[in-house]
Design a protein around this ligand. Sequence first.
Ligand code: NAP
Length: 478
Amino acid sequence: MSELAQIGVTGLAVMGRNLARNFARNGYRVALHNRTYARTESLIAEHGSEGDFVASESLEDFVASLERPRRIVIMVQAGPGTDAVIDQLVPLLEPDDIVIDAGNSHFPDTIRREKALAEHDLHFVGMGVSGGEEGALNGPSIMPGGSPKSYESLGPMLEKISAHVDGVPCCTYVGSDGAGHFVKMVHNGIEYADMQLIAEAYDLLRIGLGASAGELAEIFKEWNSGDLESFLIEITAEVLGHVDAETGKPFVDIILDRAEQKGTGRWTVQNALDLGVPITGIAEATFERSLSASTPQREAARQKLEGKAATWEVTDRDEFINDVRQALYASKVVAYSQGFDQIAAASKEYGWDIDRGAMARIWRGGCIIRARFLNRITEAYERDPELPLLLADDYFADAVNSGVESWRRIVAGAATNGVSVPAFSSSLSYYDGIRAERLPAALVQAQRDFFGAHTYRRVDKEGTFHTEWSRDRSETQQ
Ligand code: NAP
């Protein structure tokens, strides 16, 4: 029995291969399988000495090589590939076995699969894994859903292979069925916003200061030693400092300005629309990728829309850099605040009971949005687990309020000078909207009642009302 593997991984492309190596390096005996056996062979040939692997060519042998209850990680192409593997696996499994989907699956698929496998007395764990291939190998941030019972068996292994920050694993049980994949999706949405905000800061500095990529790299390097310290700021400095070997030009200048996406940002925005949660920072970031890829539209616009040339005469260099930094930080707080609102709304809608502070804690290491800042978010939810708005936590409110003049100068300056900053400006609008004493939504309600008899509520008395707009404009209580 001792030769049986403790965990199995099927799907040994870059992510699965590295995750399997990570389990093995942490002392686990790992069963290996891949549809095309050559991948399994190459893993054994190149890394077989790193740990204890049990390779199988057939899925039957793979399943038979695992101790019970079996723990099987599927790391294949999300979508039909995942369903195909599950369909082949299920007849080979026995009650209480645990099937873990570690790919980037859409959470409604995870909910569906969990239900289907529960009918076979199998546990299905939708597991978000962040950190790319490097994280998979050296310690990712792991967001497992599924049943609490499956976490009892799986949790210790996952916590061991995850990234650790201050000795704390970047892995915790998220919630039932699709909760893990949901939180991974929002993580990716926040990642979109974070990247877009950094890109806007770069563009502002580039245009405002007329600075070279190398000079900009130094600014980002410096920012990485303060509140903004994060993996994304760090790699931004690296990218800006990199020179293209072929042309000798700054690397960033030889890249086509067309951003692509794989879909998690889009899913995040679609879900936010369903839940009615304003995640304007993530939405702007997602739409901006689409705008950048709207080639014929951009070409037509360049021909006809003059506006202002993107020039900006900055008189005080240091003040400008500080303003951009403050605007970036404030906009980032808004994007995270909105993402955590979405998690709270989904948790309620789907009955997940997600601990938002714990999510910030497991994002501190291993994943793409890892940042010093996340400690502050965990602290905020520790102070008040029911916090209605992250932005209104004392620490974040102070941080944003103290930077708001800088933020306004930057957004106003960008508008005056014809520089597009969709995420900066929509975040500032959100800040002004969410704190407003009174919103023009009152007029929208009146319009709705006028053309569609949709009714309205009054500020001065309880009840629902309608005005007879096309008759005598008398008001009736509904
Ligand atoms: P991938 O390119 O998405 O998928 C390739 C793997 O899927 C191969 O092992 C392939 O087997 C297998 N596969 C595809 N269709 C299959 C089917 N119908 N039946 C059986 N196997 C099938 O691999 P990846 O880049 O390593 O990504 C794996 C998963 O991780 C994906 O869901 C991806 O979205 C996610 N991912 C996450 C991150 C992250 O940062 N968390 C980064 C990258 C990817 P063959 O070798 O036989 O073709």
